[in-house]
Design a protein around this ligand. Sequence first.
Ligand code: BG6
Length: 488
Amino acid sequence: PTVPPFDYVIFGGTGDLTFRKLLPSLYSTFRDGLVEPSSRIIGASRAAMSTETYRARVLEALERHLPAGTLEEDSCRAFLAQIEYVELDALGGSGWNTLAALLDSGNDNVRVFYLATSPDIFGPICRQLQNAGIINGKSRVVLEKPIGHDLGTARQINHDVGQVFQEPAIFRIDHYLGKESVQNLLALRFANSLFDPLWNSRYVEHIQITVAETVGVEGRGGYYDRSGALRDMVQNHLLQVLCLVAMEPPSHLATESVRDEKLKILQALAPITRDEVVQRTVRGQYRGGAIDGKAVPGYLDEPGISEDSQTETFVSLKAEVHNWRWAGMPFYLRTGKRLATKTSEIVVQFRPVPHSIFPGYSSSDLIPNKLVLRVQPNEGVHLHMMAKEPGPGGLRLRGAVLNLSFSDTFKQRFPDAYERLLLDVVRGNPTLFMRRDEVEAAWRWIEPILEGWREFDLRPKPYVAGTWGPSASVAMIERDFRSWHDEV
Ligand code: BG6
């Protein structure tokens, strides 16, 4: 085992995230022999349920959500035996003594309190943990995103949690930072000498970050309708990826060096002022359509969505980082549900060559280089370049792609992002988690956009499910004589 023994207490233990991601990821680390056998997982939630019933539900979730062929009978039985369930009222008094007694059974395990609940009860849960005397010197708390609904609520949550836990014991999770290909960005940028000299606005023309999903709100209507794509995806995942793309090289991979550099980018993001939202942002909301040839309902017909909802399920925007490296160069960000294909990628578009030496080709005929970092699926790196077409005749040029496919190159299993992050909490390594000031800086940048949308009553534009979002998103980038990279 590579991590010390732990007791993982999951609040929101019967929730969607727990069954879909947390428990399958913990199982995978267990099956791979990374977990000490004396470790335990304790699901906590309001639902009345015995540990036996809970284990049966966990088994069901593992069968449904683990990749085919990865659930092994013996390790599964042993994993389930390590799971307990505690019925507990996060706000009231019941259940806390039971939890305290369970944790206090004499072991010296690292205690992790994973708050996979609505953010408005993060503070109250921490206070209850404190009152019940459950927190010891080896305790850590994990906060699921979103941390709050805006800057004010984020600050309040950070303050309340900070009254109970010290900053090094607070792990604000953004699972995009645990994705293999997102971490590979660090390797690409800082373990190769080729890219860094070109990694600035003198050589890069613009950068795109796309996180496109084909799923809809997946039964999370109640949460999603109060959030929307800007809060659900841009405030955290897209901005964190942008930070890793744009930050200066940290002097080493130590936690605070990396987080300091990311923070500088968030602080250098030029505000999109309320008056600029019309030009620089696009909101969309899906209508009925088809995904992979199958009809899907529109957002307003999904369960839990109010029939006149003005929540955006798509957002695209034009950001700028005002610093020496990136001055004058746009970052286009785009994310949405029910889009044409599930794909997340970072596209670095280089500038054209200054002059063509090739007869018959003007410099604009030579397609400028483009580096595509595929985050998911088909993780890899593609470099679009010009090459000579083979043949004895005149010199004919054509675009070609240099392709590094991670799955062809590395034969290992690709762990889910949560596997790495869940164990990093036990190891006490917060490098891939968001620091308090990062979360607040991200909200500070997001807030004027939300205000602008409200002030100008900028309603989301409809788009057909299975397309690339509203045409206004295409128009936004085309106004700058650029286009979205829609390679499938
Ligand atoms: C979550 C969002 O943080 O990320 C979801 O709340 C979204 O709405 C999900 O579907 C996307 O994650 P992934 O790993 O599937 O790209």
